[in-house]
Design a protein around this ligand. Sequence first.
Ligand code: PMP
Length: 408
Amino acid sequence: MHISQRQLFFDHIAQTSDFPLALEIDKAEGVFLHAKNGERYFDMISGIAVSNVGHRHPDVLAAIQQQLDKYMHLMVYGEYIQSPQVLLAEALTRSLDLDCPHPSPYGPINSVYFTNSGTEAVEGAMKLAKRYTGRKEFVACRNAYHGATQGALSLSGAEFFRRNFRPLLPGIRQITHGSLPDLEKISCRTAAVVIEIVAGEAGVRIPEKGYFAALRQRCNDTGTLLIFDEIQTGFGRTGTFWAFEEVGVYPDILLSAKGMGGGMPIGAFMASQTLMAVFRNNPILGHITTFGGHPVSCAASLATLTVIKDNQLDEQANEKGALIKSLLVHPKIKEVRGKGLMLAAEMDSFEILKATIDLCIQKGVITDWFLFCDNAMRLAPPLTITVPQIHEAVQLIVDALNHPSLRS
Ligand code: PMP
């Protein structure tokens, strides 16, 4: 008896919700997903904020192929000199050699610890902050998402996500992203503040000008490390290669993942040598991973970084984001906010949004909502999307919004 892949998916793939999209994809290329049933979809969320250079970018494929011809896994992290790791770490360091009006007291970031994912980068950074400062407390934002492992989950800003997994880490204090009075909660007991420049899962929220400079100052005054989670914003998504460049405030530890691998799994936490050195002793092997910095992922990541830099895809994100904002005008859309190609289109309710997302899928456009904001449509297409493609995809979204079933 033939069992369909759809059936096998529901039978054997661990489900984390009762309503997965369950699209059966055959192939992906550029901004498009091609389904088994012959349908073509605009991937307007880059699955999610990952495919910044589009699906299967030729330069990324070539780098992967070249590395496959040399070696894959050789040894656990940090023992052998592996060219893809070294070259990527050097390129990342160069991307971080920036003059910021508000620098880090620890100097430029020049040491990279590669991980497999975003949440693992968060875990490593939390350990580094505890070990360097000797402190135990962390400050993170309400409605922030930093990952699903237990340390990162402890920082998560939504109680319904954490409640049934307690006990989690003690000593986490919450602040509101962008609130100046809340900075008082950062004290001489705080090991680090973990924060996004643009609060992604909260629905793409951008603080007032001056907030991050004040945060930097408060961290300096209290000896607290400042950790920027650029797992979603990094690699050109918000119009500069790193989102912190635009606010002019340099972190002590920087986190990356998602778009970093051009479709391959990789993450990193990065800091100055001064900070990172504490992992060498007491205990030796202060952080361990088997696969972190996989050579094939590193080769893909370096190609991704090069494609973004060489084509100024980060700058293009600003123009393309502005174009989407100018085209996505409809009575059902209250506001399109965001930076670069990290956008949220706010609607009146989850019901309207959900109906629109379903209609968009029928019309061949993939969008989404946010973990902690269920009345705004997530728009984060590949940075390589072309102007005609933007016109076509946005028109399809507008057509969905005009559908008779949405008339109130
Ligand atoms: N931080 C942020 C800001 C994220 O958006 C995410 C993923 N949505 C993570 C951390 C966790 O990354 P991962 O899913 O790779 O563990």
